[in-house]
Ligand binder design. Structure first.
Ligand code: AKB
Length: 316
C-alpha cells in the first residue's frame, strides 16, 4: 500500500528528524510536513509543506481533505516549561489539537495515528525508580495533565471507534539536528552547545536531578518500530513507557569532560523548572514496549555524548 503521511508540528525537535526519516523511507512527495511556521532551512528537502495551526479547525480539515493521509503524526504541542508560563494556552493547544485530529482521523479514515505522550504524565506520588506502566499518576504541570488526559482520549477512540492510535511516553530527547522546544529536559541539549562554544555551562536543574533521557536516533527508531508493529501485538492504546538512559547534570558533565577537559559545570540558584523535574521519574520500566514490539535502546551515556559532540562540531 502507498502511504500518504501527514506530520503536524513538523518543524519541532521530533518533527524535524521524523520528516527526514519518513521521506527517506517513503519518498519526499508521500510525506506532508505541516506547521505554523515554514521550515527555516529545508536543506534541499523540497517535499510538500502546509502552513496550518493545529487549533484552526477549518484549515486543518482542508489539509486532511486535500491530502487524504493514510497515517498522521500529531507532534504539535506546548511543552512543560513554556506551558507553565501560559497554562490555559497550553491546555487549549494540546487538547483542542488532539481532539480535532482524533475526529478528522475517523472522518477521513486515517489508518494509523501517532501521538506523543511524555514522562510528564507521572507526578510526585508516582514511584521514582523504574516507574511502571501503571501506577499512581498525579502530574502537576499543565503539560503533564494535558498528556495524561490525551492518553485517555487516545484509548477511548481506539475502544469506541476502532481508531488505530499509537503512542509513546517520551523521556527527554537529545539530538543535534534541531533545538528542543521549551521543556524541562532541554538543559541536556543546551549543555553540548555551550560546552563547544564557551567551554562551560550553567545548568537550570540542580546537582543530583536524575531524569530519563534518550538519544533522538533511538526515539525515531522507537517511533517507526511502534508504527510498523502489527496492530494485534499492541496491548497498550494509551501510551507506552519507553526507556533509554538516565543521568544527572553532573554525570553528563563528567562525560563531556572526557572530550573537553576544561569543561566547567555550574548551577543556577533557583529555577521554576526544578519543581517540574522533581515531580518526574528518575528511570522508567519499559517492559511492555520490549515485549510487544521488541524495543531495545542503542545509546548509553558515553555513546550519546560522543555522538552529540562529534556531530555538533561539524556544524558549528
Ligand atoms: C519536557 O521537558 O517538557 C519534554 C518532555 C519530557 O516531555 N522534553
Amino acid at each position: 500500500m502507498t502511504e500518504k503521511i501527514l506530520i503536524i508540528g513538523a518543524n519541532g525537535q521530533i518533527g524535524t528528524e521524523l520528516v527526514k526519516a519518513l521521506r527517506a523511507i517513503h519518498g519526499s512527495n508521500q510525506v506532508i510536513a505541516a506547521d505554523i511556521r515554514k521550515p527555516a532551512d529545508s536543506e534541499g528537502d523540497e517535499g510538500p509543506f502546509e502552513l496550518v495551526s493545529v487549533t484552526d479547525a477549518d484549515n486543518l480539515r482542508r489539509v486532511f481533505e486535500a491530502h487524504k493521509p493514510t497515517q498522521v503524526y500529531l507532534l504539535a504541542a506546548i511543552l512543560s516549561a513554556v506551558g507553565e508560563k501560559n497554562p490555559k494556552m497550553a491546555w487549549d493547544l494540546n487538547m483542542t489539537g488532539l481532539l480535532l485530529v482524533l475526529d478528522y482521523a475517523i472522518e477521513f479514515k486515517v489508518a494509523k495515528l501517532f501521538w506523543p505522550s511524555s514522562i510528564a504524565v507521572f507526578g510526585p506520588n508516582s514511584p521514582k525508580e523504574n516507574t511502571p506502566q501503571y501506577c499512581v499518576m498525579d502530574p502537576n504541570s499543565v503539560y503533564g495533565f494535558s498528556k495524561l488526559a490525551g492518553e485517555r482520549w487516545c484509548e477511548y477512540y481506539f475502544e469506541k471507534y476502532g481508531l488505530d492510535v499509537r503512542s509513546i511516553r517520551y523521556p527527554g530527547l537529545i539530538g543535534w539536528k534541531a533545538a528542543p522546544g521549551g521543556g524541562t529536559t532541554d538543559y541536556a541539549v543546551h549543555i553540548f552547545h555551550e560546552a563547544l562554544t564557551n567551554g562551560k555551562y550553567t545548568s537550570f536543574l540542580s546537582e543530583g536531578t536524575e531524569l530519563p533521557m534518550m538519544h533522538m536516533d533511538d526515539a525515531i527508531r522507537a517511533t517507526l518500530a511502534l508504527m510498523d508493529a502489527p496492530a494485534e501485538s499492541l496491548s497498550i492504546r494509551s501510551s507506552y513507557n519507553l526507556a533509554g538512559l538516565s543521568f544527572t547534570p553532573e554525570q553528563l558533565g563528567e562525560e563531556i569532560k572526557k572530550h573537553i577537559p576544561g569543561f566547567e559545570l555550574s548551577y543556577v540558584d533557583t529555577d521554576p523548572r526544578q519543581a517540574i523535574a522533581d515531580s518526574w521519574p528518575k528511570s522508567i520500566d519499559d517492559t511492555q514496549a520490549r515485549t510487544d514490539w521488541g524495543w531495545q535502546p542503542e545509546f548509553d551515556l558515553p555513546r550519546m555524548v560522543e555522538d552529540m559532540l562529534t556531530n555538533l562540531k561539524k556544524i558549528k
